[in-house]
Structures are given as structure tokens and as C-alpha cells.
Design a protein around this ligand. Sequence first.
Ligand SMILES: Cc1ncc(COP(=O)(O)O)c(C=O)c1O
Length: 393
Amino acid sequence: MYEFKRIKRLPPYIFAIVNKLKMDARRKGEDIIDLGMGNPDLPTPKHIVDKLIEAARNPKNHRYSASRGITQLRLAICEWYKRRFDVDLDHETEAVATIGSKEGLSHLTYAMIEPGDLVLTPAPAYPIHPYSIIIAGGDVRSVPIGAGDSDYFNKMNEIFKSSWPRPKYLIINFPHNPTTACVEIDFFEKVVAFAKENNIIVMHDFAYADLTFDGYKPPSFLQVPGAKDIGVEFFSLTKSYSMAGWRVGFCVGNKDIIGALTNIKSYLDYGMFQPIQIAAIIALRGPQDCVTDIKKTYEGRRNVLIQGLRNAGWVVEPPKATMFVWAEMPEEFKKMGSLEFTKFLIKEGGVAISPGIGFGEAGEGFVRFALVENEHRIKQAARGIKKALNKGS
Ligand SMILES: Cc1ncc(COP(=O)(O)O)c(C=O)c1O
């Protein structure tokens, strides 16, 4: 029997348990509404798909591409930052394209972390935030995402000061998956000052920059003067342009960190398929009303789910951003734990969601709904949940 140390440090994937139950029920012919994984169901806007097709017909685009992204893509990324956030970036030294942000942040961690290094990550967490550290041989210190950003900041400070060796790297992610927590620019100002004072590198995951509701405008970490001295930000086309399967993202900011990611990637990959890069340029430079349409669709679904849960007697605060609803479990089901509760909702309500425990211990007592089915199906899901809750209580 082979044993691999790095793999042994990874716990069993909890979402796989839920997935299997969902698939078993579907095989039996049951209609399961899937609000589990944050896998966008909306089609990629037509003008982006058309560009991909046109570029794929050109044999020049069939060769290996540039691992750090072709020049025009890096230029388009920097223009997008300037337009959106008035942040100046140099496309040669401060931007690198990635095969989705998950690839980028995992390889960046791999490039920077040495065995035994400590890293601060949010808790609960999008799994690759802590597990990229574990895979790289580092150790994680979790900072609980509590109520309000000053609360988070104070806890981070406390955990930093009580850790030895001192954490080297801080991962943050706002709007946050799974809790949907959001911050304002003053939070990032405090983070930059903290990082400078304590010599810590910051990696901000900005995957939900565009999926914001009720007029909320999320700040970019790089808007803070001096942020580029100590950190980088990841963005992804996955959610904003509904391009999940395409695998396109990028990382921008500090040139030494971008250099490290560019370097490790040059050993590991030959870049995204060039037609995908060309289509990504069109996404970033083209009309942005498709992004507004996508965000409005999620907002509509959010409203339907919150209302449906309310009708089922489950009152949840509507999120200001992301494509998720993070809900504290109804009191009478808490004893069950989030995994058993999730199994119960599949069986009795025909709805698959994600158990909070899948995002780490700090997620226990909560569940996450991904808004990846249409409003009609979400209404149906809420009726299924109501039936299940009535039966179980
Ligand atoms: C916080 C966060 N970061 C990154 C990703 C991954 O995005 P990508 O498709 O760009 O790898 C996700 C996807 O759900 C996410 O929620």
C-alpha cells in the first residue's frame, strides 16, 4: 500500500459525501434540486463564446501559448483595474494570467511557503485557502469570521501576536465564501498598515468583485495606497462572466510576488489555450452589461430563496454579495450537525446544499445555499425544505 505524506494531510472531502447521496437519489429517479456547489449555471455571454470559436479556427492559436498570459490579455487586465478601481498596474511586472484563480493561488502558495511556515486564513474558509498551505507543507492559523470587520481585524491581530513563529502570509477573501461577509475600504487600510508593521504578505481573493447586491460596491485591496508593497489580489472571470469551465483568472500587485508566481508557472504550464485568452480579452474590454445581467439574476434568486425560507419559518439575513446564502441552522436541528442536516434535506426535501462543516469546524451549525438554479426551481426547493422542516421538528 503506497502512502503519500502530502496527501495524508488532506482530510476526506465532505462535499463528496453529499454529492454521492445526491447522485444515488437521482439514480433512483428522484428530482434533487442542486444548490450545493458554487458552479455557475448561466451561459457565458454570446460575444465571448463567438470570439472563442473564431479564435479556435485560426491554426496560429493552436500552439503552446504564454504561461503568464499573452501581452494583450495582461494589458486588458491592467486597463480593467484602472477603469474599475483607478489602480495603476504594469502589465509586464504586476500582472499574471492564471488558469482560474484556484490554480493561481495554489501555485503562488507553493512558490512562497516553506515547511513550517504559518499562514493566517479565514475560518470558515473556501477549502483551497487553508489546503493550499497544507499541500505546500505550511501550517494554518484560522481567524474566525465574526460579526463585523473590526471584530475580524482584532482577532487576526490577536492570533498573529500569539503565534510563533510569526505568520508569514495572510489570506483574505471579501466578499467572502462561504459566509458572504463584506468589508469597506477602511478594513483594507488597517490590513495594509498591519502587514507593513509586521512584515507579512497579503493575498486577497476577490472572486466575487462583481456579484454584489442592493448597491453595495466592494473595494479592491489594491485601492489602498501602499497595498502593492505588501500583497497581491486575485480575480476570476468565473463568476463575473459565467466562465467557470474556461478556467481564466489573474493575479495582480506586488512585482516580487507576481514574479514568483510567473516563474513557478513557467515550469508547470504552457498557458491557457490561446483562444480562451483572446476571448477573455473580449470579456474584459467588451460591453459590461452582461455582468450587470448576471448579477441581477443572482440577486433575483437570492430574494426568492430568502422569501421561500422565510415562508418555511427559517429567517436568514440576505447577503450583500456572492452567489451564496449562508444560513444558521434552525435551532431544533442544530444537534444533528450540518452534515446530517444536509443529508436529511436531500432525503426529505429533495434539495442538496453544502454543510457548513465542509468549510471547516467554524462552519458547523451553518449551511450554504448556492444560487445556481433558476427562480422557479429555487421556489420549489424552498417548498421542499418547508416540508422537511415540518416533518423533522
Ligand atoms: C472565494 C473563491 N475563490 C476562488 C474560487 C475559484 O475560482 P476559479 O474558477 O477562478 O478557480 C472560488 C470558486 O468558487 C471561490 O469561491
